[in-house]
Design a protein around this ligand. Structure first.
Ligand code: ATP
Ligand code: MG
Length: 555
């Protein structure tokens, strides 16, 4: 536990504590640096919660910086969605919104500075040649024949690259470091390439664009970032990050710290692959409720609080691992259990006619809004002669362990009465289409004055006094735990979406709005989808009630 901030400590907080104690920094500045080439996913949420969370806990600042150095991939739509998602998660960058492209002029000048120091050169090798010359993990690289160009020639060529004199791919600017370095990243990495493409912010001003490694460390330095937190894949790049700053930027330098990225079972976490799902129409857009994007999770009914809690509880580590998807659902259920009002919803209705209940009579029964929250109060739900129960709550010939409704058996209707099944009506094909029952008027509210017990309590809605709705049930998009391997057609779960068109919910939900969340008794958590119309609500099942994580881990 960190005594100052009251949150569990971790190796990143330890570094920050040290830097504050030693006086190296007086205040900390972090940043979240998305590339605007897709929608944010749950992995990004880990990074957002970490960076913005540190700034919050240490009274520091966290910047939102768009790492927009790849002109062809970036789109305004992505920028807007990213801002919306960060805000939705509950974080605020205040005035600290930046774009790496705002630094293009400054970066160009720093590249010129590097050339003047004799530490960068224009190289005419083709991309394939550069790759070949680079060497391998076991073999050193080979120096480019253009490596020893004079400073004057390099300055001239670089300026002409900028002026658009050369074709794409014909020349690059490279750092002059060490072609024999055991760290391949340090083998004269490319700093600038020619791309004759319009940029979403700088238009056609530039036809050379800086590479990630050159841009990122300098953007951090320009913004006075103190701790630049990134995922483990960049561990080898740290040497280059530091090298560039040492050559051209005054101290103090930001410090790069790597942590393990989030991997989740059954979940694909690469924007490139998620884009493929969208483009091939495998899902209905970036915000499809089966997507691990923040917009998908939001539409599915996830709450920012649940995602923040999840990010906090998985912690940060230096070794890669995979988190069980069930744990994310566990965090969600903990939140929704406290906050989602209860409602009655019957997913697959079976009509029950209560023959001794007066025809045309409607009575209103009192139901608890949330047994977890005494403040949530009660509501009135209509009860009548014809009701619906769940098809799966009835069996004509029940096995031993089935305690719900069966011919001749008595069960409790939640908040209502005991009923006994007296008859079963079938259609011409023999399908059960209706039940007949009797109720015991003495059992109002759900208990019998004579003390007799029933073994099951069923949810229900009144037939006429309920709303017909659509319900969408979801399962994992992939049927394998690790969808990063395998062809899409082999790993997609064909049953990831089931649409129910006959479902009914209690009348009280008639004014529910997209985003509203409920716990349907015994069925799980549901959220109103934006596809809803004034005439017909559409519900997404956010999660079933059963918590498989608690079960597996014995929690
Ligand atoms: P992807 O591989 O999904 O395209 P990315 O790393 O290319 O992701 P960026 O937009 O560059 O996406 O990421 C912005 C920030 O989010 C980076 O600092 C990156 O380290 C972090 N990030 C991305 N994916 C994860 C993840 N799975 N877990 C934790 N942090 C992540
Ligand atoms: Mg990236």
């Amino acid at each position: 536990m960190d005594t100052k901030t009251n949150v569990p400590s971790n190796f990143i907080r330890d570094i920050i504590d040290e830097d504050l104690a030693s006086g190296k920094h007086k205040a900390i500045v972090t940043r979240f640096p998305p590339e605007p080439n897709g929608y944010l996913h749950i992995g990004h949420a880990k990074s957002i919660c970490l960076n913005f969370g540190l700034a919050r806990d240490y009274n520091g600042t966290c910047h939102l910086r768009f790492d927009d150095t790849n002109p062809e991939k970036e789109e305004t739509e992505y920028i807007e969605s990213i801002m919306e998602d960060v805000r939705w998660l509950g974080f605020d960058w205040g005035e600290h919104l930046y774009y790496a492209s705002d630094y293009f002029e400054q970066l160009y000048n720093l590249a010129v500075e590097l050339i003047k120091q004799g530490k960068a050169y224009v190289c005419d090798l083709s991309p394939e040649e550069i790759r070949k010359y680079r060497g391998t993990l076991t073999e050193p690289g080979k120096e480019s024949p253009y490596r020893n160009r004079s400073v004057a020639e390099n300055l001239d060529l670089f300026e002409r690259m900028r002026a658009g004199e050369f074709e794409e791919g014909s020349r690059v600017l490279r750092a002059k470091i060490d072609m024999a370095s055991p760290n391949i990243v340090m083998r004269d990495p490319t700093l600038y390439r020619i791309r004759k493409v319009s940029h979403h912010r700088t238009g056609d001003k530039w036809c050379i664009y800086p590479m990630y490694d050159f841009t990122h460390c300098l953007s951090d330095a320009i913004e006075n970032i103190t701790h630049s937190i990134c995922t483990l894949e960049f561990e080898n790049n740290r040497a280059l990050y530091e090298w560039i700053l040492e050559q051209v930027y005054p101290e103090p330098h930001p410090r790069q710290i790597e942590f393990a990225r989030l991997n989740l079972t059954y979940t694909m976490m690469s924007k490139r692959k998620l884009l493929q799902l969208v483009e091939q129409g495998i899902v209905n857009g970036w915000d499809d409720p089966r997507m691990p994007t923040l917009s998908g999770l939001r539409r599915r009914g996830y709450t920012p609080a649940a995602i923040r809690d999840f990010a906090e509880r998985i912690g940060v580590a230096k070794a890669n691992s995979t988190v069980d998807y069930a744990f994310l659902e566990h965090c969600l259920r903990e939140d929704l259990n406290k906050t989602a009002p209860r409602a009655m919803g019957v997913l697959r209705p079976l009509k029950v006619v209560i023959e001794n209940y007066p025809e045309g009579q409607v009575e209103y029964l009192e139901a608890l809004n949330n047994p977890q929250d005494p403040e949530a109060g009660t509501r009135q739900i209509p009860f009548a002669r014809e009701i619906y129960i769940e098809q799966e709550d009835f069996m004509i010939d029940p096995p031993k362990k089935f305690f719900r409704l069966a011919p001749g058996r008595e069960v409790r209707l939640r908040f209502a009465y005991f009923i006994t099944c007296t008859d079963v009506i079938r259609d011409d094909e023999g399908n059960i289409v209706e039940l007949r029952a009797t109720y015991d008027p003495e059992t109002k509210g759900g208990s019998a004055p004579d003390g007799r017990k029933v073994k099951a309590t069923l949810h229900w809605v009144a037939a006429e006094h309920s709303l017909p709705v659509e319900v969408r049930l979801y399962d994992h998009l992939f049927k394998v735990e690790d969808p990063s391997i395998g062809e899409l057609e082999d790993i997609l779960n064909p049953d990831s979406l089931e649409v129910l068109t006959e479902s009914r919910v209690e009348l009280n939900l008639k004014d529910a709005k997209p985003g509203d969340k409920f716990q349907f008794e015994r069925q799980g958590y549901f959220c109103v989808d934006p596809d809803s119309t004034p005439d017909r609500l559409v519900f997404n099942r956010t999660a079933a009630l059963r918590d498989t994580w608690s079960k597996v881990k014995g929690n």
